[in-house]
Design a binder for this molecule. Structure first.
Ligand code: ASP
Ligand code: MG
Length: 421
């Protein structure tokens, strides 16, 4: 059995869905196909959720209509027979969404978010599963929420491995089918309340399924040729990294390489399952292989995180940053769900670089100001170079001012401000 994961870009249109059929056709193995929401549907749903929470009726209505039109347009190009049962299925999913949007929001934004965000994956998997069958493949739709169980940490559920293992082994059974189509990103609590695994979490779902069901390999089909040594958005002359060890992959993912979700590697490494990152636009190409590999040529990788905030925290009375202060600061970061991208401290100040989620940062700073002097700068970049040397540093520092630097043996991280070109 193998696991394939198709992200939003690979299922964003009717043509993209047709392309998936041609990717799958040559395979005779059993395949679990994990799918994300189509195109930018998750972002669209996030907009709808904001409006739902603010009770902006007009916004909800417009967002809903756009999402519905988008999916029905894809359906119309995929299925000529307008009597096909998929039209009823998708109609029902939209009715369910409309019912949910007609309810009152609770006081818990994260809970409401998870009750709505998953509609994107339900829609995409319904459509793709039916289309694969329509194209002659033996495919069946599976509701991952019946088998993937988490706690109720909404928007980033923690997996209950034991229970999920038991349920998945019971449910993910192929029988006469060759392909099981299921949702990335989604899970539920033991009480069947929807929980999501965090944005871009579908890779993680693929890894969890592969781990539990003992897959031979996982392939993530992307709109890039594989793992590149930098994001082409920020860098010309990128190179494809053909082979990556689990350790390098986890480091790169941790620092923010967007091709692989950071949680994806561990479940695969633990069972020695190979991960392939390949292009759905060029399915013949081999892409990147991540596994238990050794190599001697170390390619420097560059990771750029934009929209960073550097927060400087110092005790009000010029006392040291000691363990008591750190405990308080970490507690506030954790409570507000703010993740540290980089941290550094001196005697009387502690600096953290975090991604700019405005809602969270505002709450965090308000709380920290009760006990500390706090200042912060926004609009910064965090650049990480793995396997750096002086030449690679010079390359990224053109037209930037340095605010903070941290050097290790293999990695360097630089918080910089771009001076504009
Ligand atoms: N659709 C979700 C997102 O865009 C999950 C994923 O794509 O991995 O975050
Ligand atoms: Mg997505």
């Amino acid at each position: 059995m193998i696991v394939f994961k198709f992200g939003g870009a690979s299922v964003k249109s009717a043509d993209a869905v047709k392309n998936i059929v041609s990717i799958l056709q040559p395979y005779s193995e059993k395949i679990v196909v994990v799918v994300s929401a189509m195109g930018k549907s998750t972002n669209a749903l996030e907009g709808i959720i904001e409006d739902f929470f603010k009770k902006n009726e007009k916004g909800i209505k417009e967002g809903y209509k756009k999402l519905k039109d988008y999916h029905f347009e894809i359906l119309d190009s995929l299925f000529e027979d307008k009597g096909h049962k998929i039209y009823v299925e998708i109609g029902e999913v939209f009715e369910e969404l409309a019912d949910r949007l007609a309810t009152e929001p609770t006081l818990n934004f994260d809970f409401d978010y998870d009750q709505i965000i998953g509609f994107g994956e339900i829609l995409s998997t319904r459509i793709i599963s039916q289309y694969l069958s329509h194209a002659g493949l033996k495919a069946r739709w599976m509701d991952v929420r019946k088998a993937l169980k988490t706690d109720n940490n909404f928007r980033e559920g923690h997996v209950d491995w034991e229970l999920s293992s038991q349920l998945m082994k019971e449910r993910f059974v192929f029988d006469k089918d060759q392909i099981l189509v299921t949702q990335g990103f989604l899970a539920s609590t033991i009480n069947n309340i929807n929980v999501s695994l965090g944005r871009e979490g579908s890779d993680y779902t693929a890894a969890i399924l592969a781990h539990i069901l003992k897959a031979e390999s996982v392939t993530i089909w992307k709109d890039v040729p594989g793992v590149l040594n930098a994001d082409p958005k920020y860098f010309d002359d990128t190179v494809l990294i053909e082979k990556l060890s689990y350790l390098d992959a986890i480091e790169l993912a941790y620092f923010g390489t967007s091709v692989i979700h950071p949680k994806t590697i561990k479940p695969l490494q633990n069972k020695n399952i190979n991960l392939h990152v390949r292009s759905f636009q060029n399915p013949e190409a081999k892409g990147t292989l991540v596994g238990n590999l050794k190599y001697d040529k170390l390619v420097p990788s560059f990771i750029f995180k934009m929209e960073q905030v550097l927060i400087r925290i110092s005790p009000l009375d010029f006392s040291f940053i000691d363990e008591d202060n750190l405990e308080l600061i970490y507690g506030k970061l954790y409570k507000n769900g703010v993740k540290i991208n980089l941290q550094q401290n001196s005697a009387v100040s502690f600096q953290v670089c975090v991604s700019n989620d405005k809602r969270k940062i505002r709450d965090l700073v308000d709380e920290l100001e009760e006990s500390f002097k706090v200042s912060y700068e926004t609009g910064l970049e965090l650049i990480t170079i793995r396997y750096f040397d002086e030449g690679t540093i010079d390359r990224v520092m053109i037209n930037k001012t340095l605010l903070l630097e941290q050097r290790g043996v293999q990695n360097i991280q630089l918080v910089v401000r771009d001076l504009g070109s």
